[in-house]
Design a protein around this ligand. Sequence first.
Ligand SMILES: Cc1ncc(COP(=O)(O)O)c(C=O)c1O
Length: 321
Amino acid sequence: MRSRTRAEEFSAGHLRGPGGRWPVRFRVVRDFGWRKARVESREALGIHRREILGLPEQVEAAFTTGATLANFTAMAAARHRLLARAGWDVGAQGLYGAPEIEVFVSEESHPTVRKGLGLLGLGRDRVRELPTDSNGRVLASGLPHFGAQSLVCVQAGNVNSGGFDPFPELVAACRDTGAWLHVDGAFGLWALASRSKKSLARGIEVWAALRSLGREGVESMIDRCCRYAEEFADGLREGGYEILNEVELNQVVVSFGDDVVNSAIIAAVQGDGVCWCGPTLWRGRSAMRISVSCWATVGDDVRRSLASILECARRVCQRRI
Ligand SMILES: Cc1ncc(COP(=O)(O)O)c(C=O)c1O
């Protein structure tokens, strides 16, 4: 969607899942003055503009092939704009001798953010990390001073815990100085479609929905995925296993024991074929990650999956006694 006005610098990431298997992914950005690169595909979006999306008029939406490229694209826009502000045309002049962009990333940012920064010549390691709390959320207290040439990369929905960064504080800190705030909303921005989860993403002004489901359909899907995640967490806790994250959204990080036990159980779960869960490392601990993110998942899938996981865990633990 085309901006009518030049909005403050603010980009939101992209929407991936819950609904991860849907054929569309999109990101929203506010006016970033970089329209040539925009892939505008209103037909493909298959969405009434503001009516279904509920997007403010100044928001633009575009497709990318996935969240990695959405991060890259939005950060490229940020680089272009921040340098243009300093009188530097990065397309024409390149990066050698360019004014410096100070990049801040959450210490819990998804690896694709640093990957994108590397590809953009901003450097994977040339960043300042923002510390996070136990659920992987950037600490709102003691945010550093951002400047007019700062790019601040945070996220709506930590890939492991589902944790949301503190947007009201981040937005205020960036707005004060004109810093560019990039939000990786790979799956977390979907919280905005749910009245019960919306507050997690407060500060980010965006709504999303697909024509096929409509706003209420999306809302009930998001709520369902989040409820199922809680069911997984409750069932696993009852089975005596440790849930390492606060279940804020649709993600559960569970540990069954040490790395060897976790790996064996994950292999058994994958072999059982009822559901698929992968390994992860959460705050230094090995674990299994459950991400409830498909529109087609129903309560019976959750019950069968939970039973399969518990049975696999029981078998593996018994073998080790
Ligand atoms: C927060 C976050 N950012 C980026 C990505 C990368 O997404 P994709 O695999 O669509 O490129 C993911 C993937 O899970 C993610 O959770």
